[in-house]
Design a binder for this molecule. Structure first.
Ligand code: ADP
Ligand code: MG
Length: 262
């Protein structure tokens, strides 16, 4: 192939935004000649490469926009340690059907039982399904809404928070919410009601949400909307963090294997 033709192909790729093909053009052509690929096999290889690269790029972008606190998957979840969770229910959620149907998920349980881990894993799964996802903590969300209200941009912020197909709200119940915060939170829930899914985690049972929101009327209005179409998962059992600490403690206090003779 002549250099001007190679240059032209590079430019075509650029204009068509086939960036990966552009970057690997010479190698692709060399390999095709070496392997004596048919026209259809070559085209298949080129288009598959570009599609895969675009998919990876979009996924990385969605994951970064979601602002997860860390990345953990369902594969690294130890189901045996947490028998109160039915893996089938979580795997069904991972199919993303609840998001397509605009349903909600509530993960409830004491600290350390894997609520955030599962929330992140399901959020990553939503990203992999090509769905816009956003992760936030309840405290962060309420602070953002409060700031927007103060700056006269509440409407704009509520619209932004209505856009993701899945909004993950972590840690409801750790920090008490004042009257304004409860009001703002209610507005958000109403906005997303039957429009977009919410997955939230709480260390408090639903019966205690009156205290969390400092108002039983607003708490029941929030729960009424959240629970209308929802899967609630009550996680019981021991903290995984404590288990790991205990194991580390045991290792430290265990007698030394065999001290070398002196
Ligand atoms: P919670 O949000 O319920 O307080 P986390 O999800 O933050 O708990 O879990 C605490 C730590 O323990 C995290 O590092 C998490 O990945 C891990 N963890 C919790 N449960 C499990 C589990 N069943 N299998 C594997 N790791 C777990
Ligand atoms: Mg957590």
């Amino acid at each position: 192939m002549t250099t001007p033709q190679l240059d032209r192909l590079g430019q075509h790729c650029q204009r068509l935004r086939l960036h990966r093909v552009e970057a690997e053009l010479s190698t692709l052509l060399e390999q095709a000649a070496k392997k004596d690929l048919s026209y259809s096999d070559f085209l298949d290889e080129v288009l598959t490469l570009e599609l895969r690269s675009k998919h990876e790029k979009h996924l990385a972008m969605r994951v970064s926009m979601a602002r997860f606190p860390f990345q953990k998957s369902l594969d690294s979840f130890d189901w045996k340690f947490q028998p109160s969770i039915d893996p089938k229910v979580i795997k069904e959620l991972a199919s993303g059907r609840f998001i397509a149907d605009g349903e909600n998920v509530l993960l409830l349980g004491p600290p350390g039982v894997g609520k955030t881990h599962l929330a992140v894993a399901l959020g990553l799964q939503a990203c992999a399904l090509g769905l816009r996802t956003m992760f936030t903590t309840a405290a962060g969300l309420i602070a953002t809404l409060g700031k927007a209200l103060y700056e006269n941009r509440l409407e704009e912020r509520l619209k932004l928070l209505t856009q993701p197909k899945l909004l993950l709200i972590d840690e409801i119940g750790y920090i008490p919410i004042d009257r304004q915060g409860a009001n703002l939170f209610f507005q958000l829930i109403s906005r997303r009601y039957e429009r977009g899914s919410i997955l939230l985690t709480s260390n408090q049972s639903l019966g205690a949400w009156g205290e969390v929101f400092g108002d039983t009327v607003i708490a029941s209005a929030i729960l009424d909307r959240l629970l209308h179409h929802a899967t609630t998962i009550n996680i019981k059992g021991e903290s995984y963090r404590l288990k790991e600490k205990r194991r580390a403690g045991l290792l430290r206090t265990a007698p030394p294997l065999e001290s070398p003779a002196e």
